[in-house]
Write a new protein. Structure first.
Length: 243
């Protein structure tokens, strides 16, 4: 199956599923290619039609919207893949960032591949990569964990396993649980280098860097707001500090 390209001569957008990354905060991160696909597609599948409708309005774009989220993902994936197979250009977006990265998209990609439909990534903002690149932690190898279990023994066991990794670990966390996560890491590995990145690309973007104990203490003195990415340095970094 050949993946269609968006050539510089502005050929018509071929049929297919287009995974369009959207801003994680800063509207200036919309690329000309992203805007073109959203403008020329037949339909935009999105998590929240109101949220995406506002984004398209700011870009001066009017397109039909359909909901595509975790509660209707299985059913809607087949519908979107069928529409693309019948010749439509289907853009898939999430509320922020790259579709499929801890957000819906995987099932529609699988359904499209099963029907022989081209799947085209339209890359752009990703909180994972943005946080990692500016963290100061090793980037040669890393693991993206997504969201941890919210509570209980399952969360503790998973965190213990991650602390044994020999590469940087990237975790998404709610602002309501960010301080607790730092405390949990500090209880298990107080000297481990960690970073909390929040409000990425926005006016109040902030990186808190230090040992788990230091970051936990800092977070205990403030109210955490905004979307958060929590990064844990590899086990060897703590061992190097102790040595």
């Amino acid at each position: 199956m050949r993946t269609p390209s968006l050539s510089e001569d502005r050929a018509p957008l071929p049929p297919g599923i287009y995974l369009v990354a959207t801003p994680i905060g800063n509207m200036e991160d919309v690329s000309p290619r992203q805007a073109r696909v959203l403008r020329e597609c037949d339909v935009v599948a999105c998590e929240d039609t109101r949220h995406t409708g506002l984004l398209l309005s700011r870009l001066g774009i009017k397109r039909p919207l359909v909901s595509y989220h975790e509660y209707n993902e299985t059913r809607r994936a087949e519908e979107l893949a069928r529409r693309a197979a019948e010749g439509e250009r289907v853009a898939v977006v999430t509320d922020a960032g790259t579709p499929g990265i801890s957000d819906p998209a995987y099932r529609v990609v699988r359904a499209a591949i099963g029907r022989g439909v081209a799947v085209v990534p339209i890359p752009g903002p990703s909180a994972v990569v943005a946080a990692l690149s500016a963290s100061g932690l090793p980037t040669d190898r890393f693991a993206f964990e997504g969201f941890l279990p919210q509570r209980g023994e399952k969360r503790r066991r998973r965190l213990e396993a991650l602390l044994g990794e020999e590469h940087t670990v990237v975790i998404y966390e709610s602002p309501y649980r960010a301080a607790r996560l730092a405390e949990e890491v500090a209880a298990l590995a107080p000297g481990r280098p960690v970073v909390l990145a929040r409000e990425l690309t926005k006016l109040h973007e902030e990186f808190l860097r230090g040992t788990a104990a230091e970051v936990a203490k800092e977070l205990g003195r403030k109210v955490v707001r905004g979307e958060c990415v929590f990064l844990i340095g590899p086990k060897r970094m703590e061992e190097d500090e102790e040595g």
